[in-house]
Design a protein around this ligand. Structure first.
Ligand code: ADP
Length: 430
């Protein structure tokens, strides 16, 4: 069956999060990294999510990238487009959510869409158009101090209205009581009154299911990963996708196993401590790398007689005081880029000696490694812990072996994640 849902995500880990939601609701899903030059997705993908890095770039560039993604998705057969952004509506008054949605609407020949970043399981809820993070308004949450997109106005109607010339309205939570038909009626009312954009309240997954059902005929939907909860059922009712069985099955990937850990967040520190008790760990020394030592070469030599089907680990992961010391000597960006470069080189070396199963910790680290390995697409499988699924790389050429990859953003995962992930892979693959 062809692709029915096409999604455009404004960052990499957000794209994976969306894929994970779709797979859990029984849609066979592929994540593509940037807009592909040509290659087609895995033949049986029902949903394709294109991961862009467009959240904080200039609005005009974000629009151009998103339109290119739209063209590709339409060519692949997508009947409905989902624009995915962060559950905290990360954006500035200059964009990019409003401008990208406006451009997608125009390109789709449509005049109305909805906005619902709610993600109740993570504490993001919307009531009367106000976004809450846990028990506080967005403007009182940590997001008020975000370095790139500080969110100081909790009213999504006002935030979005500053990003678009079209009228922004609100579908209040009261409409949920009337179910999907009531929500669809609220959309129709707003549309008739000349509104182009509707913020939609949602405080529970049941609301998101109902909103998804009400949005079945909208060419464009926008929101966080939660807005996808209700969509697979629409396609299934219409007979456009399978029954959901086996959506999370991945091909079996044998071969050697390793963990690359470049995240220094609390969860990763605990996971590494757990790993140290159970497997060999090579510590990557950023200052030695800065002084010109061939740290990747040393790591690969160390690995030579340790590699096997039981995972070994390479870690730059360090507690805050050590990170601060490195950043003081090298600078934050230079230090980070240097370590990511070492990680990427180690990853290439590992694959060249038969490693096929990799867990990578850290969003930036994962991005650098995936790029270095030439991976352009991922088939999404079963989740290991919330938000972190196993994936298998899509083939780009005949001589590129498929890799099983688990890309964990810093704060995700239980303390035994590194070791449990590999056991979970056995169950997740056919
Ligand atoms: P997270 O998902 O936890 O934010 P990232 O990989 O996105 O993890 O970011 C972590 C950053 O910290 C990367 O740029 C990485 O190279 C850098 N880093 C890793 N180890 C160290 C260290 N010991 N000292 C300084 N920076 C480090």
């Amino acid at each position: 069956m062809p692709v029915v849902l096409g999604a455009i995500a404004d960052d990499f880990t957000g794209a994976t999060d969306l894929c994970n939601t779709l797979v859990r609701r029984g849609m066979k899903t592929v994540q593509l990294i940037d807009v592909p030059a040509a290659a087609a997705p895995a033949a049986d993908a029902e949903a394709v999510v294109i991961a862009l890095k467009s959240r904080t770039i200039a609005a005009s560039e974000a629009v151009a990238m998103s339109l290119a993604a739209l063209d590709w998705l339409k060519d692949a057969g997508a009947r409905q487009i989902l624009f995915k952004y962060c559950s905290t509506f990360d954006s500035t008054d200059a964009g990019n959510i409003g401008p990208v949605a406006d451009a997608l609407l125009a390109a789709l020949g449509s005049d109305f869409t909805l906005y619902c970043p709610a993600f109740p399981a993570l504490g993001r809820t919307i009531f009367k158009g106000y976004l809450f993070v846990g028990d506080v308004l967005l403007s009182e949450s940590g997001m008020k101090d975000h370095p790139l997109t500080p969110m100081r106005d909790p009213s999504l109607v006002r935030v979005l209205q500053r990003q678009t010339k079209g009228k922004v309205g609100l579908v209040q939570h009261a409409a949920m009581a009337q179910g999907p038909a009531g929500i669809a009626a609220a959309f129709a009312q707003l549309r008739a009154a000349g509104y182009r954009h509707a913020i939609v309240d949602a405080v529970a997954d049941a609301d998101l299911d109902a909103i998804g059902e009400a949005a079945a005929d909208l060419p464009l939907i926008t929101g966080g990963s939660g807005i996808a909860l209700g969509l697979p059922a629409n396609f299934r009712r219409a007979g456009l996708i399978g029954d959901g069985g086996g959506a999370d099955r991945l091909p079996k990937i044998g071969g050697k196993a390793a963990v690359l850990s470049g995240s220094c967040s609390q969860a990763t520190l605990a996971q590494l401590a757990h790993m140290r008790e159970r497997a060999p760990v090579f510590a990557i020394d950023p200052l030695a790398a800065a002084a010109g030592a061939d740290v990747a070469g040393q790591a690969l030599a160390w690995a030579a007689d340790r590699l096997g089907t039981a995972p070994i680990c390479f870690a730059a992961t360090a507690p805050p005081d050590q990170v601060a010391a490195v950043q003081q000597k090298l600078g934050r960006e230079r230090g980070g880029a240097l370590i990511e470069g070492v990680m990427a080189e180690i990853a290439r070396g590992l694959v060249s000696v038969g490693v096929r199963r990799l867990v990578i910790a850290g969003g930036e680290t994962a991005g650098a490694v995936v790029q270095a390995l030439g991976v352009t697409g991922l088939r999404i499988g079963r989740q290991i812990d919330p938000g972190v699924p196993w994936t298998v790389s899509l083939p780009t050429s005949a001589d590129q072996p498929p890799l099983a990859l688990a890309l964990k953003s810093g704060n995700f995962g239980a303390p035994d994640f590194f070791t449990r992930a590999f056991a979970a892979l056995e169950e997740a693959t056919a």
